[in-house]
Design a protein around this ligand. Structure first.
Ligand code: NAI
Ligand code: MG
Length: 355
C-alpha cells in the first residue's frame, strides 16, 4: 500500500478550521482508494511568533523536509505585521524548498454564480502558472535619506535559470493538459530591462514547443481581458508579482476566492511541495465555524494529484461539484447558505463514492 507523510500547518484564523476539514476528506478518500496518509501537525503561527519571537523554530525547515508534502491553512493575523508572518514562514518554505511554481486553477464551479453576467460553468476554466521564487519579490534594495529627501529602492531579480524553468513548466503543463496554448503576462513597454528579457525567453522556450500556440499581453490589458473574455485562456504564465495579481483576479471572476486552491511546486521533487487555499486567515469570520472549506479541500485534491493519486483527486473534485449542484445542499454563508464548515464538509464526505 502506498503511504505518504504529510506535514499539516493549520496556521492562523480560519486556517485552523478549514485544515481539519481537508484532512477529514483526504483521509476518507485515501481509505476508499487504498493508500495511507499519515498527517503530522506543526502548530506554527502568529501565536507562535507572539510567544517566541519566531514564526517557526530554527530547525523548522529541517523538520518539514522529510515529508512527502506540506498541507497549509493560512498564515497571518492582526497583531503581527503581514511582512513578518510571510517572510517568517511561507516565503522561507517556498524558497528553501525551491517551490518555484505556483499553480492555480481558475474554474467556475457549477452552482456558483460568477459576478460576470452570462458566464457559466465551462466558460471560465484555465490555469495560472506563477513564478514563485524570484522576480519582483526580493529583499534587495534599501532606504536612504530622511524627510523630503528619502529615497527607496526595490530591485527585481530575473535569472535566466529561474525564467526558463517557469516558462518550460508552463509549456509542459499545457502539453500535459492537452490544451496547447500558453499566454504570457508581460510589461515590456514600461519595465525597461526585466520584461524585454522575459519576452525574449518566452519566444525562445516557445520555439521548443512548435505545436503550442502562444500569445502575450501587457499586464494591464491582460487584467481587463480576464474580466471581459476569460474564455480565451488555457495556461497563463507570469512573473512573481504579475502572477500573484492574476492568480487572485482569476478566482475573483469565478465568484469567490474561498473555493480557490493553489499549489507551490518543486517539480524535480527534491523537496516537499506545499498545497494551500488561496484565501487568508479571514479574521472577520474566524472562530465562528462558518468558513468555507472548499478551497482547502480542493488544495488537498491537488496534493493527491501531485502524489500520484489522480483517481482519488478526481473523486474529491467530483464530490465538491456534486454538493454545489445539489439544490438541497446546506452551503456556507459566503455561498449564500447558512450552513457551517462542518455541515459542508459532511456533505462532501457523503458525496464520495462507495458510501
Ligand atoms: P482573507 O482571504 O483572509 O479574507 C478576505 C475576505 O474573504 C474576508 O471577508 C473573509 O471573510 C473572506 N473569506 C476568505 N476565506 C474565506 C472562506 N474560506 N470562507 C468564507 N469567507 C472567506 O484576506 P485578508 O483579510 O486580506 O487577509 C487576512 C490575513 O490573512 C492577513 O494577515 C493576510 O496576510 C493573511 N493572508 C494569508 C495568505 C496565505 O496564508 N497564503 C493569503 C492571503 C492573506
Ligand atoms: Mg496573492
Amino acid at each position: 500500500m502506498n503511504r505518504y507523510t504529510i506535514a499539516n500547518i493549520p496556521g492562523d484564523g480560519i486556517g485552523r478550521e478549514v485544515l481539519p476539514a481537508g484532512v477529514r476528506v483526504l483521509s476518507a478518500v485515501a481509505q476508499r482508494c487504498g493508500f495511507a496518509l499519515e498527517f503530522r501537525d506543526f502548530d506554527w503561527s502568529c501565536e507562535t511568533y507572539l510567544a517566541t519571537g519566531k514564526m517557526m523554530p530554527d530547525d523548522g525547515l529541517t523538520r518539514l523536509a522529510d515529508h512527502d508534502a506540506i498541507f497549509l491553512g493560512a498564515v497571518g493575523y492582526p497583531g503581527v505585521p503581514d511582512h513578518v508572518s510571510l517572510w517568517g514562514l511561507l516565503l522561507p518554505i517556498r524558497r528553501e524548498f525551491d517551490q518555484y511554481v505556483n499553480l492555480r486553477p481558475v474554474r467556475l464551479l457549477p452552482g456558483i454564480r460568477s459576478p460576470l453576467r452570462d458566464k457559466s460553468t465551462g466558460d471560465i476554466d484555465f490555469w495560472v502558472v506563477r513564478e514563485n521564487s524570484e522576480g519582483e519579490y526580493s529583499r534587495i534594495g534599501g532606504r536612504t535619506g530622511t524627510g523630503e529627501d528619502e529615497i527607496v529602492i526595490q530591485q527585481a531579480v530575473f535569472t535566466r535559470r529561474g525564467t526558463d524553468r517557469i516558462l518550460r513548466y508552463a509549456f509542459d503543463f499545457a502539453r500535459k493538459l492537452g490544451r496547447p496554448h500558453v499566454t504570457s503576462a508581460t510589461k515590456s513597454n514600461g519595465l525597461y530591462h526585466s520584461m524585454p528579457f522575459w519576452d525574449e525567453r518566452f519566444a525562445a522556450i516557445g520555439a521548443e514547443y512548435p505545436e503550442i500556440a502562444t500569445d502575450q499581453y501587457h499586464i494591464d490589458i491582460l487584467a481587463a481581458r480576464f474580466v471581459m473574455s476569460p474564455e480565451r485562456f488555457d495556461v497563463v504564465v507570469g512573473s512573481n508579482l504579475f502572477g500573484d495579481i492574476l492568480s487572485d483576479l482569476g478566482p475573483g471572476v469565478t465568484g469567490t476566492i474561498a473555493v480557490a486552491p493553489s499549489a507551490n511546486l518543486n517539480p524535480p521533487r527534491r523537496f516537499p511541495s506545499m498545497f494551500e487555499p488561496v484565501h487568508g486567515s479571514a479574521p472577520d469570520i474566524a472562530g465562528q465555524g462558518i468558513a468555507n472549506p472548499i478551497g482547502q479541500i480542493w488544495s488537498g485534491a491537488m496534493m493527491l494529484d501531485h502524489l500520484g493519486e489522480a483517481e482519488a483527486a478526481a473523486m474529491v473534485l467530483a464530490a465538491i461539484e456534486a454538493v454545489l449542484l445539489d439544490p438541497q445542499a446546506d452551503l456556507t454563508p459566503d455561498l449564500g447558505g447558512d450552513g457551517s464548515t462542518a455541515d459542508l464538509t459532511r456533505q462532501i464526505l457523503e458525496k464520495l463514492p462507495g458510501r
